[in-house]
Design a protein around this ligand. Structure first.
Ligand code: BMA
Length: 312
């Protein structure tokens, strides 16, 4: 049998609602970073209201996580964020930069979905910075380095006219963002044809920034969420070196095929290790957290040797 490019951990799922010390219905779409020797996971959970909050779990090996007794981030009750977090906070992505961790998350409200940015140094205290998009945006990942003094992010605006695609924007201060450019478009009648969105924050490799993204295909039975990879130029991340033709992960395990939303693998985080492997974390069926390992060079090769341009 041909080896899989992402090797699923044998004991998936690694975190479920049964392991959370407060009442939640799901544990999914988590960011994971390595903070010193510790893996820190920020995961999304649905409450019985159907609205989401963000919890925290820690691990010494990246596979066995223990949840903190209290949620990490719940919707703001007052101040400028409150009106935009009324329906919940979702899908966090964490980027280490300048000695702190930036947390980009979806803020849902009657005003639509926009992206909020918060920061922490220690995963104990968290401070909201700004709302960095208007409605309707999702899936913001921030690069862990600046380009010509500017922060850079990938995101995915919604559109009535165009296929939902990946864009890049820049900021001098994390508040004001601009120079937006469309860089990756889905391909018609392809596994990612319906929409694509940035997944895990970019990973630096010798050949470029490796970005794991999700792609969606519409079937008679609803949407299938899969993961793919793209490689961006190291100095100019708006330039796409290649987008891997085939997906790297699709729903196959029972907890990916059925759950709160069936047929979903969705990533918000990956940890590159010093041995050349990467741990990719994904939500299975919007219900549980899973992990798998891949070789960074295999993922890069998919973009270099079997890649398509960003815009076709
Ligand atoms: C997307 C987001 C994700 C979710 C996915 C599958 O639109 O809501 O949070 O995992 O759908 O339901």
């Amino acid at each position: 049998m041909k080896p899989e490019i992402v090797r699923r951990y044998a004991h998936n799922p690694i975190l479920t609602k049964a392991q959370i010390p407060y009442a939640v219905e799901t544990v999914h779409n988590a960011a994971v970073v390595k903070d010193g020797d510790e893996y820190v996971m920020l995961f999304r959970s649905h409450l019985r209201t159907g609205r989401s909050i963000i919890g925290l779990a820690r691990s010494s090996d990246g596979f066995h996580f223990t949840a903190h007794p209290e949620p990490f981030l719940t919707p703001a009750r007052d101040g400028p964020f409150a009106a935009y977090e009324e329906y919940g906070v979702e899908d966090p992505r964490v980027t280490p930069i300048d000695g702190e961790y930036l947390i980009a998350y979806s803020a849902y409200s009657r005003n639509g979905v926009r992206i909020a940015l918060a920061k922490t140094r220690d995963f104990r205290h968290v401070e909201r910075i700004s709302l960095i998009t208007e409605a309707d945006y999702r899936n913001v990942v921030i690069f862990p380095e600046k380009f010509d003094g500017l922060y850079a992010r990938l995101d995915r605006p919604h559109s009535e006219i165009a296929p939902w695609s990946i864009w890049i924007s820049y900021s001098p201060d994390l508040r004001f963002w601009g120079e937006s450019q469309l860089i990756i478009r889905p391909v018609q009648y392809h596994w990612d044809e319906m929409k694509i969105g940035p997944g895990a924050p970019p990973i630096k490799t010798d050949h470029g920034w490796l970005c794991i993204y999700h792609g969606v295909f519409q079937t008679m039975d609803g949407s299938v969420y899969r993961l793919g990879v793209a490689l961006h130029d190291l100095l100019n991340p708006a330039k796409i070196i290649g987008v891997g033709e085939s997906w790297i992960l699709q729903p196959e395990d029972p907890w990916e095929l059925t759950g709160y939303v069936h047929n979903v693998v969705f990533t918000c985080g990956a940890v590159a290790e010093s041995d050349g492997t990467v741990k990719i974390y994904w939500g299975g069926a919007d219900s549980v957290m899973c992990v798998g390992e891949a070789s960074v060079s295999d993922l890069v090769a998919l973009c270099l040797d079997h890649g398509r341009p960003g815009l076709t």
